[in-house]
Design a protein around this ligand. Structure first.
Ligand code: ATR
Length: 275
C-alpha cells in the first residue's frame, strides 16, 4: 500500500520545519506516511488543491500566502476556521476536502503548556499586536478561552477594528501601543517584526506590569528582541516554537487519528535545524 501522503502548500516552503516535525512523529509512531513540500505559485493553487482530492492524499497544511485564498477552493470549512477566516489544515475524506484552523488551538495549547501559572491568571487584560491571519487565530482562541478584555492594535487601524468587532472586544491606535500595556496581563506579538531579517518591534515595555506574560509567535530567532527585553525586566515569556509544534500536533491528529507527543527532544531537533 502507498504511504499516507500529506504535505504543505505555500510559497515559498523550502525552509518549512513541518516536514521534520511530521516525519519525526511518523517514525516515532511507526506510521507509513510521507510529508511533501508543495511549493505552489499563485497561478497553480487551484490545481494543487484539486490534486489533493485524489488518493493517496490525506490532506495538507496551508501556509503563507494562501491561508485565506484557499477557503473558496475547499468543499467544507470547519466553523472555527470560518470564523477566523483562515485555513492551515486540509483533511481529505472520501474525496471531499475540509478546511480547519489548528493555529488557534495550537496557540492556546502552547500557552497553557508553557505559562508559569494557569492561563486563566493571564486573561484579564490582553493586548494583541498585529491583525493579520495569525492575529485572528490568536484573538478568537483567547476570546473563546475566556479573556475578559482584549485590545487589538495594528499599524493599519482597519484590520484591528474589524478583528475587535468580530470578537466583541476593543481596539486602540498603533500610537497608543505603549500606554495600552499599563494594565496588561498578557501581551502577544503576532506581527512579523522581530523575525530574522526584519526590524525589531518598536515597543517600550516601561509601563508593562512585570507579572504580565509576554508571548511572541515569531520563532526565528527563538528569543526575539521583544522577548529579550521582556525577560531582562523580569516578565515571564513564551517563545513561538511551541505554537508551531502544537498546530502541527492538531493537524497530525486530524490526518492520522492519533495525537503525537510534543517532546523536549523534538523541540531540540527543531532548534538545531533552525541554527
Ligand atoms: P500573518 O497572516 O502571518 O499574520 P500578515 O497577514 O502579513 O501575516 O500580517 C502581518 C502583520 O504584521 C500585520 O498586522 C502587519 O501590519 P499591517 O496590517 O499594518 O500591515 C504587521 N506588520 C508588518 N510589518 C510591520 C511594520 N513594519 N510595522 C508594524 N506592523 C507591521
Amino acid at each position: 500500500m502507498a504511504p499516507t501522503r500529506t504535505g504543505i502548500i505555500g510559497h515559498p516552503v523550502a525552509h518549512s520545519l513541518s516536514p521534520l516535525i511530521h516525519q519525526h512523529w511518523a517514525a516515532q509512531l511507526g506510521l507509513d506516511c510521507a510529508y511533501h513540500l508543495l511549493d505552489t505559485p499563485k497561478s497553480a493553487l487551484r490545481e494543487q488543491v484539486a490534486a489533493l482530492r485524489a488518493q493517496p492524499w490525506r490532506g495538507a497544511n496551508v501556509t503563507v500566502p494562501y491561508k485565506q485564498a484557499v477557503l473558496p477552493l475547499l468543499d467544507a470549512i470547519d466553523p472555527q476556521a470560518a470564523r477566523i477566516g483562515a485555513v492551515n489544515t486540509i483533511l481529505r475524506e472520501e474525496g471531499r476536502l475540509t478546511g480547519f484552523n489548528t493555529d488557534a488551538a495550537g496557540f492556546l495549547e502552547n500557552l497553557q503548556q508553557s505559562a508559569p501559572q494557569p492561563l486563566a491568571n493571564y486573561l484579564a487584560q490582553v493586548v494583541i499586536l498585529g491583525a493579520g491571519g495569525a492575529a485572528r487565530a490568536v484573538a478568537f482562541a483567547l476570546h473563546d478561552a475566556g479573556a475578559r478584555h482584549i485590545t487589538c492594535i495594528n499599524r493599519s487601524p482597519e484590520p484591528a477594528q474589524a478583528l475587535a468587532q468580530a470578537i466583541g472586544h476593543g481596539s486602540a491606535p498603533w500610537a497608543q501601543r505603549e500606554s495600552a500595556l499599563a494594565s496588561a496581563t498578557l501581551l502577544v506579538n503576532t506581527t512579523s517584526l522581530g523575525m530574522r531579517g526584519k526590524p525589531a518591534l518598536p515597543l517600550d515595555l516601561s509601563l508593562l506590569p512585570v507579572t504580565a506574560l509576554v508571548h511572541d509567535i515569531v520563532y526565528t530567532p527563538l528569543i526575539t528582541p521583544l522577548l529579550g527585553a521582556a525577560q531582562a525586566r523580569g516578565n515571564p515569556i513564551v517563545d513561538g516554537l511551541g505554537m508551531l509544534l502544537y498546530q502541527a500536533q492538531a493537524a497530525f491528529a486530524h490526518w492520522h487519528s492519533v495525537t503525537p507527543p510534543v517532546t523536549a527532544a523534538l523541540r531540540t531537533a527543531l532548534i538545531e535545524a533552525m541554527a
